[in-house]
Design a protein around this ligand. Sequence first.
Ligand SMILES: *Cc1c(COP(=O)(O)O)cnc(C)c1O
Length: 384
Amino acid sequence: MIPYARQSIDEHDIAAVVQVLGSEFLTQGPVVLRFEDAVLARCGSAHAVATSSATAALHIAVLALGIGGGDLVWTSPNSFVASANCARFCGAEVDFVDIDPQTYNPCIEELERKLSIAAQKNRLPKALIAVDFAGQPCDFTRIAELREKYGFSVIEDASHALGAEYHGRRIGSGNDADITVFSFHPVKIATTGEGGMALTNDVGLAQRMRLFRSHGVTRDPAQMAPAEHEPWEYEQVVLGYNYRMTDLLAALGCAQVARLDAFLERRRAIAARYDRELASLPLTLPWQAPGRRSSYHLYPILVGDESPRNRRALYDGLCERGIAPNVHYMPIHLQPYYRRLGFSIGDFPVAERYYGRTLSLPMYVDLSDAQQQRVIDALREILA
Ligand SMILES: *Cc1c(COP(=O)(O)O)cnc(C)c1O
């Protein structure tokens, strides 16, 4: 089976992990710091907090911004559930901004319309969780204008977008969001097995996220109660979690980030070949807005109304030919948990229509030219 995504692990990745097994630290230690520095060196922001997952990073991001019960957080319905759940973990209410029909990212006109209504009702969101869907950055210039006007924070869920660029700026530079979160799940751009990271230029947010990452506990006298402290003392100053990354996984992360340019080049080459080879088929291929450079976590195609096959027939046809595509995403608001909170079909029609037609084609570094040709030939055959 050709999957839609998978990790790429080479001998250097393996050697890096094995080396840490013989070292003093297995849990968070010097290699986690090295991994944080390696990602900062790529992205350009000032502070990085490595975590056990992107979900954990999103949770501590929301906590660090002081968001809790009674607050409102907005995100994209076209995302993985963690983009919304992180606000629910903190007791905040979640609402969604329908997507742009071309980029599948939050629609800026819709965001603007919704904000102006929210301002009249005095019910503005505390934060927008902007999801860079498939690896294509959101429209951060417009988001910055609206954030200035309405005063909300921006958390960027860049789980798909490590290595992506917005008008020449690296995603995670700290210019476009208060906090940017990456995922190192095996299907994402680079992996640590499970893992995530939150980047920010704000030293206060970074400090708070580090506290929440590790039980709310500190040994920093500046964060402890003013007193003479014994050398063994630590203090718990907030209610935190154990969201630490291990040095074992950070070693894999360092080795993977060293391969990031090669990863991005391969993903972009695969996308360019799909763009070329599928152009004449009755499909909508992923459109790139000006000034964005996608990291191509996903290659989502849309089955057109004019197509001889619907999405399910295309899915089944590919499976029969040894290819396992996937679908990203069932809109979050249609998940049973969110329906119980009051959402229903029709609330975000663009995301719902998109979901009805989309299919994510195989897209990963180790997909060979011959395997990609099999995918292309299968699509031609099924759609003939
Ligand atoms: C994968 C993903 C997450 C969660 O990442 P984990 O590291 O698995 O916790 C969150 N948001 C988006 C958009 C994702 O794709």
